[in-house]
Write a protein that binds this ligand. Structure first.
Ligand SMILES: C[S@@+](CC[C@H](N)C(=O)[O-])C[C@H]1O[C@@H](n2cnc3c(N)ncnc32)[C@H](O)[C@@H]1O
Length: 217
């Protein structure tokens, strides 16, 4: 069995690109290698998650921000361009190296680091803004709430079970249940929420993902 069929057998196909893989059940080293391969083959500008793109006017004008499981760091770059001091963490050294090159050319306030966020989550009261896109580790939710300073904002976006196309993971463990972000981040004050799923005319609007912005009170 080759790497791809092994990963497909695990039922975890990448949420953006069906040919890319995010496997939570495999050892970290293996997953790291998979993401390294994917990013080595990726071209173009890193994308910014819709939840941040459409709500960046909610950001504070200064403070510390974290892009958790940042990949190529599209969110991190927008946060830094918005005047925040940014940490960007990901398992993939290829992604982090690419992000560092970007930061160097743009002279931004950012530290990008290879870090396993499951083993080393953010410490309490360390950030004013945290962004998580297309990464779902439910066990991290309490640490994310705790890592926000009072008034701090969490921007979260990922795929839902009630999606209307093949896009995204197939393994239900990696898909959000109904209103799940609201439950996971119940300690935060709700500021923005979107979860349209399969309601109404499914040719219109964002259907496959839930978007959440919450604030620590
Ligand atoms: C689908 S990508 C999303 C990347 C980015 N947030 C985005 O929206 O483009 C998932 C990312 O999670 C990272 N990742 C997976 N497990 C991780 C872990 N335990 N610690 C840190 N990063 C992890 C992968 O390397 C990958 O870059």
């Amino acid at each position: 069995m080759n790497d791809l069929s092994l990963l497909a057998a695990c039922g975890q196909v990448c949420i953006h690109n069906p040919s890319a893989i995010c496997v939570k059940t495999m050892p970290t080293k293996h997953e790291q290698k998979k993401w390294d391969c994917r990013y080595a083959a990726t071209e173009g500008k890193p994308r910014v998650a819709q939840v941040l793109r459409e709500n960046h006017h909610l950001l504070p004008t200064s403070g510390d921000a974290l892009d958790l499981a940042c990949g190529l760091g599209g969110n991190a770059l927008l946060l830094a361009q918005s005047g925040l001091t940014v940490q960007a963490w990901d398992l993939s050294s290829v992604a982090i190296d690419a992000l560092r090159s970007c930061v160097a050319t743009e002279c931004l306030q950012m530290q990008a680091a290879v870090r396993d966020v499951e083993k080393q989550p953010p410490v309490p009261a360390s950030f004013d803004v945290i962004v998580v896109s297309y990464f779902l580790q439910r066990a991290l939710a309490p640490a994310l709430c705790a890592a926000l300073r009072p008034g701090g904002l969490l921007f979260y976006q990922t795929f839902i079970k009630d999606k209307v196309s093949q896009q995204g993971p197939t393994n239900p463990d990696f898909l959000l249940a109904e209103n799940e972000l609201l439950t996971m981040f119940a300690p935060l004050r709700l500021r923005v929420y979107h979860e349209a799923g399969a309601l109404g005319d499914i040719t219109q609007g964002l259907r496959n993902e839930a978007l959440f912005v919450g604030q620590k009170t």
